[in-house]
Design a protein around this ligand. Structure first.
Ligand code: NAD
Ligand code: UDP
Ligand code: UDP
Length: 320
């Protein structure tokens, strides 16, 4: 990464977790508009395959680095995405997960403070836990188990939000927090473990579709391209707007409905099988996106059907 500020309006942007599903798409979007990108990742869930196509781009630089360690670089903006997002992966090493969210946030906030630069946090709908208010709006404080299997992720992300707001109030840092609701699309790993990739891979391989519990629990699925537009709009919003701001698609489905759409679009004969519901699995989830609509003029445009078609085509090509 060059040490002088990039000429013109192009910026040098740090993306942590940049080799992951969302991070790699964000790197693409930033490069496409002419920015320089420093991608850091420890590859715990991310992959070089996600960024293979940009490794030779002169505006792209990759650094293997774990955000729980300090990082001294010179950049103009930070997007902090480093953290495994799938329950299977974040529960595999829960202590590292919470360190990534908390120590990682402290390090990236320290970096932003030294450089006096804006920093955006990829937070999550999990801060609402198993919500008792529906749909979820940003003023809702959530219903979160502090000592359960999901807590390393939920409480880590909640603490990161606290740190972001404290650095904002105490050190006048320009912070932005988005709360991402279930987002899917190409570049999710076949072993990611989240529901959309699991169902598609199972359907394409003719294996049983694993419905956890009775399948009446709901989620609202956002396609990655809508989400990336939300990231960019949030970073471009006035300094006075810190969020938290929900970013997600407000159309809600049960897991049974999702499975049926996947079967329909793949033409698969896979059967549905039921498996135990994981501990503290939220019963329902749907974002209230009025704040994003008002402050960012942001709205998702890709329907679940359209997004699933593109994601299925990706996995079909990948699985051969
Ligand atoms: P992902 O697992 O594909 O990406 C996470 C990336 O962070 C991976 O490349 C991983 O290797 C990297 N990483 C993890 N720990 C790290 C560490 N200590 N140091 C450096 N890199 C590290 O998941 P994703 O879906 O792309 O999620 C990206 C971010 O968005 C995460 O912070 C996640 O919590 C948040 N988010 C995603 C969703 C979603 O539905 N996709 C929903 C809510 C929040
Ligand atoms: N930090 C970093 N890069 C920097 C500046 C700071 O990684 O360019 C880390 C460093 O580990 C530090 C943390 O961010 O401990 C928090 O920094 P801050 O300035 O808020 O606190 P302090 O240095 O007083 O601990
Ligand atoms: N789920 C499922 N089958 C799977 C994977 C997940 O039925 O193979 C369910 C899971 O129990 C949850 C929903 O799908 O109710 C979304 O799970 P995911 O892990 O994608 O994300 P979460 O929103 O729970 O973090």
């Amino acid at each position: 990464m060059v040490n002088q500020k990039t000429q013109g309006s192009a910026k040098r942007i740090l993306v942590t977790g940049g080799a992951g599903f969302l991070g790699s798409h964000l790197c693409d979007a930033l490069l496409a508009r002419g920015d320089e990108v420093l991608c850091i990742d420890n590859f715990v869930t991310g992959s070089r395959k996600n960024i293979y196509h940009i490794l030779d781009n002169p505006n792209f630089e990759l650094l293997r680095h774990d955000v729980t360690f300090p990082l001294y670089v010179e950049v103009d903006e930070i997007y902090n995405l480093a953290c495994p997002a799938s329950p299977v992966h974040y529960q595999a090493d829960p202590v590292q997960t919470i360190k990534t969210s908390v120590v990682g946030a402290i390090n990236m906030l320290g970096l932003a403070k030294r450089l006096h630069i804006p920093i955006l946090q990829a937070s999550t709908s999990e801060v609402y836990g198993d919500p008792q208010i529906h749909p979820q709006e940003e003023g809702y404080w959530g219903h979160v188990n502090p000592i359960g299997l999901r807590s390393c992720y939920d409480e880590g992300k909640r603490t990161a939000e606290t740190l972001f707001m404290d650095y904002h109030r105490q050190h006048h840092l320009d912070v932005k927090i988005i709360r991402i609701f279930n987002t899917y699309g190409p570049r999710m790993s076949t072993h990611d473990g989240r529901v959309v990739s699991n169902f598609i891979v199972q359907a394409l391989q003719g294996k049983p579709i694993t419905i956890f519990g009775d399948g009446t629990q709901t989620r609202s699925f956002c396609f990655y391209s809508d989400l990336i537009a939300g990231f960019l709009s949030m970073m471009a919003s006035p300094q006075s707007f810190t969020g938290p701001c929900n970013i997600g698609n407000p159309i809600e489905f049960t897991m049974i409905e999702l499975a049926q759409q996947v079967l329909d679009l793949t033409g698969s004969q896979s059967k549905l099988i039921h498996m135990p519901l994981p501990q503290d699995d939220p019963r329902q989830r749907r974002p209230d996106i009025a704040l994003a609509q008002n402050r960012l003029k942001w709205d998702p445009v890709i329907s679940l059907r359209e997004g699933l078609k593109e994601t299925i085509a990706y996995f079909r090509a990948l699985l051969g």
